[in-house]
Design a binder for this molecule. Structure first.
Ligand code: G1P
Length: 286
């Protein structure tokens, strides 16, 4: 029996200090990439996997993701009556389409900024004891064919366990990422060539000297529910934060199967100005 993936968690709390002043009053997930906010790209990627619950973990008081997915009946009526305005029809379709997300959206506050692991744990009550996806919205991954999460899903559906997206980074950048050591001999083939490597270790933000490889975890995960229990036991780690990577390391040490998938697609770090600009340049030219 195939277990389906129902829930995606979108950690969206934090200061986004690397993008100030753009993000002073706007959640970085709402910054535009070409013709829509980063968040919308991520929502579409999740929807393509059949996901039907979208959990946004935000700073207390931030309602921006649910405001964004609100159909807004007034706006809908406005565009319905503006048939002569170019784009009016497209806007009606767009607003109607949003209702898919609006009906399935949940907002959770992360009261104190204690890291990605803590943010994911804040959503524990909404995944109903089932496997779940995590999407880091500012890791924008453009793939003309199949989204990154869907590629992970194909591997996960065949092998189970925990799956993360991997990308090789320059040696000078390894200290910014979760880094995975892979067992080259243990390539597991999911359906239709979703080939993941069985992890031989994983560590958050190592120094170049301590890094087991240059394979960095980028912001797409499919995880079994037991990660939530492991997160509860996870001590504060790198950067003084509760790290999701540390819970994944514990999962592996307890015998869990952790896989890394070098995905097809182009990833942009939209958590910083250069990456965000580059993404817009790349898509603007399509
Ligand atoms: C987070 C994760 C890290 C991962 C990275 C991908 O780090 O903790 O393991 O490699 O996202 O973007 P952050 O960017 O929040 O410091």
């Amino acid at each position: 029996m195939t277990v389906s993936l129902k829930t995606a968690i979108f950690p969206m709390a934090g200061r986004a200090s690397r993008l100030m002043p753009l993000t002073k009053a706007v959640n970085k997930a709402l910054l535009p990439i070409y013709d829509k906010p980063l968040l919308h790209w991520a929502l579409n990627e999740a929807r393509a996997c059949g996901i039907e619950r979208f959990v946004f973990v935000v700073n207390e008081g931030d309602r921006s993701p649910v405001d964004y997915v609100r159909t807004d009946e007034n706006l809908l009526a406005y565009f319905r009556n503006k048939k002569d305005q170019p784009q009016a029809e497209a806007m009606v379709d767009f607003l109607q389409d949003l209702s898919f997300f609006e009906r399935r959206a949940t907002l959770v506050a992360q009261k104190t900024p204690k890291g990605l692991g803590d943010a994911v744990l804040c959503a524990a009550d909404y995944v109903e004891g089932m496997p779940f996806a995590v999407i880091l919205v500012d890791d924008f991954i453009y793939s003309a064919k199949e989204g990154c999460l869907q590629q992970l899903q194909r591997g996960w559906q065949t092998q189970g366990g925990a799956w993360v997206a991997l990308q090789e980074v320059a040696a000078e950048d390894v200290h910014r990422y979760g880094i995975m050591a892979v067992d080259e001999d243990k390539r597991e083939q999911g359906n239709d060539k979703a080939i993941g490597y069985r992890a031989a270790g994983i560590v958050e933000k190592p120094s170049v000297a301590a890094a087991p490889s240059r394979l960095a975890v980028v912001g797409r995960y499919i995880l079994p529910f037991e990660i939530m229990g492991l997160l509860r036991q996870t001590q504060v780690g790198a950067g003084g934060e509760v790290q999701l990577t540390d819970a994944l390391a514990a999962y592996r040490q307890e015998g869990g199967a952790l896989y890394g998938l070098p995905f097809t697609g182009r990833r942009f770090d939209c958590g910083c100005l250069d990456g965000w600009r580059e993404a817009n340049r790349a898509l603007g030219g399509q």
